[in-house]
Design a protein around this ligand. Structure first.
Ligand code: GAR
Length: 212
């Protein structure tokens, strides 16, 4: 059984997609041990608690230095002994010691086709504002392993989404969530839970195992 800790900062629609997929069998062999938020008011925490899952808030604001937050955050994560840490709209930079300890066991969902519109400064709505400003006709979402860079780790899954003429950042964000994020994040977790993802020479390789 793959034990997850899901880290969130906001509404938690991706968390909801994970919980629904576990409930309806689209994700197998997986349980969510805890949801951790840096924001006490995140609706994602309510979603977790309504699902009977431990919801914890830990924020850099509660600590006098980044270093002490990093240590406390890692300790919280370690307490749950997760097999996989899922960043589902988590807006805190992951401490390097955590990346080293959980190498290829942390995944992130990003709302663009990496390497477009990613890296420092590109998160949430800003990603879609950037895509509309540039006038791209196709965008999408990416699930990747987390390494020391920002959005630079091995790519597991990507799903393209068409941009439409009348799009606002909010409309595009919603379409990317519906058509891409809520599908590929659960799909990636299910593939990892069933031993279908391996990192070889810095690239994620998906085994077929007869599943599409
Ligand atoms: C999602 O669109 C996710 O891809 C994005 O934040 C949103 C969270 O929504 N993450 C990033 O931008 C990370 N760089 P949610 O709380 O409803 O899942």
């Amino acid at each position: 059984m793959l034990k997850l800790v899901v880290c969130v900062s906001g509404g938690g629609t991706n968390l909801q997609a994970i919980l629904d997929s576990i409930d309806n069998g689209a994700i197998t062999n997986t349980e969510v041990a805890a949801v951790i938020s840096n924001n006490a008011n995140a609706y994602a925490l309510t979603r977790a608690r309504e699902h009977g899952i431990t919801g914890i808030c830990i924020s850099p604001k509660q600590y006098e230095s980044r270093e002490s937050f990093n240590r406390a955050f890692l300790k919280q994560i370690d307490n749950f002994e997760p097999d996989l840490i899922v960043l589902a709209g988590f807006l805190v930079v992951i401490p390097e010691m955590m990346i080293q300890k959980y190498r290829n066991r942390i995944i992130n969902i990003h709302p663009s086709l990496i390497p477009s519109f990613c890296g420092t400064g590109y998160y949430g709505l800003k990603v879609h504002e950037g895509a509309l400003e540039r006038g791209v006709k196709v965008t999408g979402a990416t699930v990747h392993f987390v390494d020391e860079g920002t959005d630079t780790g091995p790519i597991i899954l990507q799903q393209p989404v068409m941009v439409e003429a009348e799009d606002t950042p909010e409309i595009l964000q919603r379409r990317v969530m519906e058509q891409a994020e809520w599908k590929i994040l659960p799909q990636a977790i299910d593939m990892i839970a069933n031993g279908r993802v391996e990192v070889i020479n810095g690239k994620a390789v998906i085994a077929d195992n007869g599943k599409s």
